[in-house]
Design a binder for this molecule. Structure first.
Ligand SMILES: [Zn+2]
Length: 307
């Protein structure tokens, strides 16, 4: 089994994906199945986004690449390196689950000697694993750190220093898979927080149809209620599939607290906003972020006002 759909699966999860040249023919043979996902750190250089790309793709003396199917840069970019068996696991406690023929390996860039993991990378690590679990039907219990499955025990220390260690990573994955939000659409990784000033965000046209949507994420101060005002351009139609709410995602994004997700419900569903006019929606206090699933053929505006 060759994992030729991997890049599309990860892109569909909202991740930024780089397909490394030749990845669909770069492997040590066919996977026999996908039964586990193994998290690693590269122990590479301290700077740069993914300085280990060359070694993960091409290997090192006496160990030919690929050394993992996937890489993860410090900025959350996913590098798709191989579609098949890669030499990442080595001897394991159960090769029929965690061995190279059954395990997808992810080499995330980190020195492994105490370097902090950027929040955006921690977030992407969970999102990419969740997408792989969902697509290849791997249980979260089979998401392991290399240090947890290596044989003999103690042979490996990676991944080192993730917030909450491997249990923290598995909880983030489980939270994404459980949809521990208000019950709307699966949220994207896309975050336009820095793009809106003066409370106004101009959202690009998005979605191919009312069933092929695009998403915009709007972070809010969790301390107060807000008004969201959605306004399409003159003569235009804005279709909202859902506005879904999240609690505590500010903390989650900053790596501080992923233990208490859960929104207050989807506050708008299946609604069309026509110009002129627009639609005003109250977002209750306690919501840290909303994800808007929408379809619009033209740019529209989104304003956020504290109440
Ligand atoms: Zn490793």
């Amino acid at each position: 089994m060759y994992l030729n759909d991997m890049a599309n699966v990860l892109r569909a999860a909202g991740l930024k994906v780089v397909e490394v040249g030749g990845w669909k023919s770069h492997n040590h043979g066919s996977m026999r199945a996908v039964r586990s996902i193994i998290a690693h750190h590269t122990a590479g250089a301290a700077t740069g986004n993914y300085p280990s790309l060359n070694v993960v793709r091409n290997g090192r003396p006496r160990l030919e690449g690929p050394l993992a199917q996937l890489g993860l840069g410090r900025d959350g970019t996913v590098y798709v390196i191989s579609n098949g068996v890669s030499w990442h696991a080595g001897p394991t406690i159960n090769d029929s689950v965690y061995g190279n023929y059954y395990a997808i390996g992810i080499e995330a860039e980190n020195t492994g000697v105490g370097q902090a993991w950027p929040a955006v990378q921690v977030d992407a690590y969970a999102r990419m694993i969740a997408a792989l679990c969902r697509h290849y039907k791997v249980p979260v219990s089979a998401v392991k750190g290399h240090k947890e499955i290596c044989y003999p025990a103690g042979r490996k220390i990676d991944p080192h220093g993730l917030p909450g260690d491997m249990n923290g990573l598995r909880q983030r994955v489980q939270s994404i898979l459980s949809g521990n939000n208000g019950g709307g659409n699966t949220p994207p990784a896309r975050n336009l927080a820095r793009e809106y000033g003066d409370n106004m965000l101009l959202v690009p046209a998005g979605g191919k149809s009312k069933t092929e949507l695009d998403y915009v994420t709007v972070p809010l101060s969790i301390l107060r209620e807000h008004d969201l005002v959605l306004a399409p351009g003159v003569g235009a139609e804005l279709y909202i599939k859902s506005i879904n709410t999240w609690k505590n995602q500010f903390n989650a994004q900053n790596g501080a607290d992923v233990m208490n997700p859960g929104g207050v419900g989807a506050i708008l569903r299946d609604f069309t906003v026509w110009a002129p006019g627009g639609k005003s929606i109250i977002v209750p206090k306690g919501v840290a972020k909303v994800d808007i699933a929408f379809y619009s053929r033209v740019r529209w505006s989104l304003a956020v006002y504290p109440r």
